[in-house]
Design a protein around this ligand. Structure first.
Ligand code: C2E
Ligand code: CA
Ligand code: CA
Length: 496
């Protein structure tokens, strides 16, 4: 039988209950405190991580995190057998900014530079302040030197755009060095030190960027030509043009000339483009070179037009020039300045340059052809362009690479290739220029294949403006073409 609890027992139960309520309240407060403590701990941890991994001034990764990331990206690149580009950059004349405007302004410049770098690079890239006015960027998704050069150009454009600092309008210059794992170093120290060497080289040449050569694994002490020399060559008008005629095969008329750059070096004499264009292409100087050549070529075209020899002038564009977004604008401005109609200019772009970045090439080539200038696909046959792509490209001319033309009279395969290219171009409504025409035999063969235009030593070697003008007055090759002569025309020998 159940007995009722006596008074004493009831009090004890009530006491226990209220104690339980108290304990529950204490427990929930402890929970709250614990939660607060945990989030405080989180914040401390975050601060600690920021302090150890991030630069307090700019908020970018610091040197330690940069090297950590670089090490892991190199390990990944090694496992997956791909390349990893690295950029190191510094702000030119930063000391002058500090000295003249004070350290606060200097700090604000660094913050602004960091902000601009962050806007240009992708989230997957690591941008860091390595110390002082030096920054580093690892580009795990840009696996080629070309990709890295595009980013370098974007970073340079962003940082060099005018900025407003403490009431002053500043226009900074940057020097960027580019290196690539594993071409320029097998570990983080190796690639960083080569990027620094390239950056110093860019600085000596007055800014812009310099990429290490693919086989460069130490300082380029043995490199004969440095970027700085090229800048001097451009500034001191040491670049000159030689011209090589293009003749229409149906009547032998001179319809144009190709402008070919040479460096008239004060001590070494004439230096040919193969010796310096590859270096210039690895620097931002390629844009100045292109514009210098364009200017000289258009000035010459004007002279020939005024003297009763209207003909087109062909200028070579390197693959890097295609990445200069302002190229169409510059070209249009130079055409107006020299009063040369757009159809008087042909821009030669190699098939390989077009295929390196087909979308970009399509965009630039389209805007160039909208100006009214003609586009020629140079060195055709050496790249891997597809027929479908060619059809969409607004190019009017195909230049068959000289390697197919030189021996086409002896080599059946070469002859077949040349014939097919001519047929293909005709089907696409394009004109064919054969380069490397060294003999009457080749000339006649091409003519029988209905080739539109010929260029080569048989007609004339490239010569300077004066010799070209004399040759125009008396183009001796035509007489030779009509005789049975097999030897190249007697235009002044250029290169032996
Ligand atoms: P390219 O565009 O294929 O130019 C034609 C080259 O073939 C020229 O060499 C010319 O001298 C040579 N050539 C012409 N006819 C014959 C021939 O019958 N037989 C042989 N064996 N060769 C012939 P060059 O002047 O040394 O130029 C070499 C390359 O340098 C050019 O090849 C072009 O890619 C580049 N280049 C020249 N000028 C410029 C320039 O202003 N800008 C850029 N980006 N590249 C240039
Ligand atoms: Ca060419
Ligand atoms: Ca060519």
């Amino acid at each position: 039988m159940e007995t009722l609890p006596n008074q004493f027992e009831r009090r004890a139960v009530d006491g226990s209950k209220s104690r339980l309520v108290e304990l529950e309240a204490e427990l929930s407060q402890s929970h709250d405190n614990l939660g607060r403590l945990a989030s405080q701990l989180d914040r401390v941890n975050q601060d600690l991580e920021r302090l150890t991994n991030y630069d307090s001034l700019t908020g970018l990764a610091n040197r330690a995190l940069f090297y950590d990331q670089l090490t892991s990206f190199i390990a990944l690149a090694r496992r997956e057998s791909h390349k990893l580009p690295l950029l190191v950059l510094d702000v030119n004349a930063f000391k002058d900014i500090n000295d003249s405007l004070g350290h606060q302004a200097g700090d604000n410049v660094l913050k602004e530079v960091a902000k601009r770098i962050s806007r240009v690079v992708r989230d997957s890239d690591t941008a860091a302040r390595l110390g002082g006015n030096e920054f580093g960027i690892v580009l795990p998704t840009a696996v080629t030197i070309d990709g890295a050069i595009v980013v370098a150009q974007k970073v340079a454009n962003a940082v060099e755009a005018p900025m407003q600092i403490d009431g002053h309008r500043l226009v900074l210059g940057v020097s960027i060095g580019i290196s690539l794992y594993p071409d320029n170093g097998m570990d983080e120290k190796g690639v960083v030190s080569l990027a620094l060497v390239a950056m110093e080289e860019a600085k000596r040449s007055g800014g812009g960027f310099v990429a290490c050569a693919p086989d460069q694994s130490k300082a380029p002490a043995s490199q004969v030509i440095l970027a700085g020399d090229i800048r001097d060559a451009i500034d001191q008008n040491e670049l000159i043009l030689h011209y090589q005629p293009k003749v229409a095969m149906k009547d032998g008329r001179v319809i144009g000339a190709e402008a070919l750059v040479r460096w008239n070096h004060p001590h070494q004499g004439l230096i040919y483009p193969d010796s310096f264009i590859p270096l210039v292409e690895r620097t931002g100087l390629i844009n100045s070179l292109t514009l210098t050549v364009l200017d000289m070529a258009l000035a010459q075209a004007r002279i020939w037009q005024d003297s009763g020899n209207p003909m087109s002038i062909s200028v070579n564009l390197s693959s890097r020039a295609l990445h200069d977004a302002r190229l169409p604008e510059h070209i249009s401005e130079r055409l107006r300045f020299h009063n040369v109609p757009p159809e008087g200019l042909i821009l030669e772009i190699t098939e390989t340059a077009i295929m390196i970045d087909a979308d970009k090439a399509m965009e630039v080539v389209t805007s160039l052809s909208e100006l009214g200038v003609d586009i020629a696909i140079d060195d055709f046959g050496t790249g891997y362009s597809s027929l479908a792509y060619l059809r969409r490209l607004p190019a009017r001319e195909i230049k068959i690479d000289r390697s197919f033309v030189l021996n086409m009279h002896k080599n059946v395969d070469d002859k077949t290739i040349v014939r097919s290219v001519i047929d293909l171009a005709h089907n696409l409504g394009m004109k064919v220029v054969a380069e490397g025409v060294e003999s009457r035999e080749i000339y006649d063969l091409l003519k029988s294949m209905d080739c539109y235009c010929a260029q080569g030593y048989y007609i004339s070697r490239p010569v300077d403006d004066e010799e070209f003008s004399c040759w125009l007055d008396d183009p001796v090759w035509e007489g030779q073409a009509l005789s049975a002569a097999q030897t190249p025309a007697m235009a002044p020998a250029e290169r032996t």
